[in-house]
Design a protein around this ligand. Structure first.
Ligand code: ZN
Length: 375
């Protein structure tokens, strides 16, 4: 943190897990659904309806709206977990990566660095072919998916503001047999690997039924865990699973504003940090664009879960630890070496009135919002 006359300079924020097109359903999933029982899976039905309707033009336009708002909120790096690849019937576009390119161009147009995490998706669940909108996400073979990763890597090889990674969607959507091959492919090229892990109890039950392993156990067994692996959510882990992630020096990307919106539950932040897992945060569904809320949600969720206050202990202040999680860690999880510059916080922002100079970062983290960012 650096104080100048009227501003506080801080490393720029990073949002390591985003589905930009979901910005298009803001306000659309906050009323009771027809089933009378709303949960993650009924929300997913609404999200699939939007995913089914996307065109190259609309995904570009929606992504620009999403990224413009992120940029104004102090974010300079986004990890885009991109899974809508093909036409509505599942047939590839003539230009196979047209949707990924539309998203990348939206980020660059709005001044964000982007890690395009090209999702690999194969099935609705164990032994079940893709259904409905999932046909747009799915590739008939792993080779086809990795060929698209290769095409994107070649196209953006000279671009400092673009990284390309690979993202097996989840243990539900990717067969166990593909996992080791994806890990080897990424290791040979030094690519980041992002994956939804243990977001919902049903995913864990299905994984146990199919493989006899919990998700993180399966990933460890198949060689997926590494210092380039990012476990998104890591909400419902057994007590020994953070140690598996930590031993590999993997990341966990927590998405507090989305996880609470979806009723996902609270991760055991203390266990993850204690095991040496590197934490970062992501906006995920774009239900609200407030990276400050995602940041402090890491600590405030842990307070709700444990009934304790100030759970982040270690070197430096909790606010310093959280800012590191929200800036450099997230950029690293996206494959960038640094935060990518700094942002300015307005010292005269109403939210910072009466705050002592030596407590400014505490107030920025625990009481700030995009309104204090000087764009
Ligand atoms: Zn996600």
């Amino acid at each position: 943190m650096r104080l100048t006359a009227g501003a506080i300079e801080l490393p720029a924020l990073a949002s390591a897990h985003s589905h930009a097109f979901q910005r298009g359903m803001r306000g659309e999933a906050q009323r009771p659904g027809p089933s009378g029982s709303d949960d993650f899976w009924s929300w997913r039905t609404a999200m699939y309806a939007l995913a089914a309707s996307l065109t190259p033009e609309s995904i570009h336009a929606i992504s620009k709206v999403a990224y413009r708002e992120l940029r104004a909120a102090g974010v300079r790096t986004v990890g885009e977990f991109h899974y809508v690849h093909h036409q509505p019937d599942g047939a590839p576009y003539a230009d196979r990566t047209v949707l990924a390119d539309a998203v990348i161009e939206a980020a660059r147009a709005e001044g964000l660095r982007i890690a395009l995490l090209r999702v690999v998706y194969a099935r609705a669940g164990a032994g079940r072919a893709p259904e409905g909108a999932q046909r747009r996400f799915s590739d008939g073979s792993l080779d086809a998916a990795l060929a698209d990763v290769e095409a994107l890597r070649a196209r953006y090889a000279g671009c400092d503001d673009v990284r390309v990674g690979v993202a097996p969607h989840s243990v539900r959507a990717v067969p166990p047999a593909w996992l080791g091959e994806i890990a080897r492919y990424a290791a040979e090229r030094g690519l980041m690997v992002h994956m939804h892990v243990a977001e919902q109890p049903a995913e864990i039950e299905a994984c146990l039924a199919e493989t006899g392993r919990r998700p993180v156990e399966l990933l460890a067994e198949r060689g997926v865990l590494s210092e380039r692996f990012v476990a998104v959510h890591a909400t419902h882990l057994a007590p020994h699973e953070p140690a598996l992630l930590g031993a590999a020096r993997a990341f966990a990307c927590l998405c507090p504003t989305t996880e609470r919106d979806l009723g996902d539950g609270l991760p055991d932040v203390g266990a993850l940090r204690g095991a040496g897992v590197r934490l970062c945060v992501g906006i995920d569904s774009h239900v609200i664009t407030d990276p400050f809320e995602d940041l402090r949600g890491v600590e405030l969720g842990e307070r709700l879960r444990t009934g304790k206050r100030v759970t982040l202990r270690g070197e430096g202040t909790p606010a310093e630890a959280l800012w590191e999680i929200g800036s450099r860690r997230g950029a690293e999880a996206c494959g960038f070496a640094d935060a990518g510059g700094s942002i300015s916080i307005r010292r005269d922002a109403p939210a910072l009135a009466l705050v002592r100079e030596e407590r400014l970062l505490d107030a920025v983290v625990y009481s700030g919002s995009p309104a204090i960012v000087d764009d």
